[in-house]
Write a protein that binds this ligand. Sequence first.
Ligand code: IDP
Ligand code: MG
Length: 169
Amino acid sequence: MICTLLAFYSLFSRSMAEARERTFIMIKPDGVQRGLVGKIIKRFEQKGFKLVALKFMWPSEELLKKHYADLAGKPFFPGLVKYMSSGPVVPMVWEGLNVVKTGRVLLGATNPADSAPGTIRGDLCIQVGRNICHGSDAVESAKKEIDLWFTEKEVVSWQQANNAWVYED
Ligand code: IDP
Ligand code: MG
């Protein structure tokens, strides 16, 4: 009996923990300039993911160099930093089951020429250097990116009223 209860509890707590996975999503300067902020947020919202942080800011080159540090050796890096620091962006944190991987699916392939129709990039942009949105590629990089763009206080834990209608239990 106790074993059954423990097994149930561990299953339940595991699924709750998985549903609390977080990813860093950012609307890039072209997404903001083209008036696509609402549309991009809507894709995540209507999927059922929970918004836990959002701000509007003009990022510095210094912050962007940190954010894209892994790409520092790429020939497109200077252009990427220039593009990303050319105007305001909307950094966000979204939470939910497998949100890192599913978030990337919602965004579509890095190069919009390869992004499937129905994805954000597949529907709304054309070139890789103007691909309107960013999404973390792994749980670990998501944690790093969230810490880089947000303070602990800016990320808000809250219960979504429709939770029971989005998740099985
Ligand atoms: P991701 O944004 O899908 O994770 P990454 O390979 O991490 O793709 O590249 C980061 C960003 O750098 C891309 O979203 C895109 O804006 C830009 N980028 C990637 N490859 C190229 C390129 O070949 N030319 C210009 N920009 C690129
Ligand atoms: Mg990336």
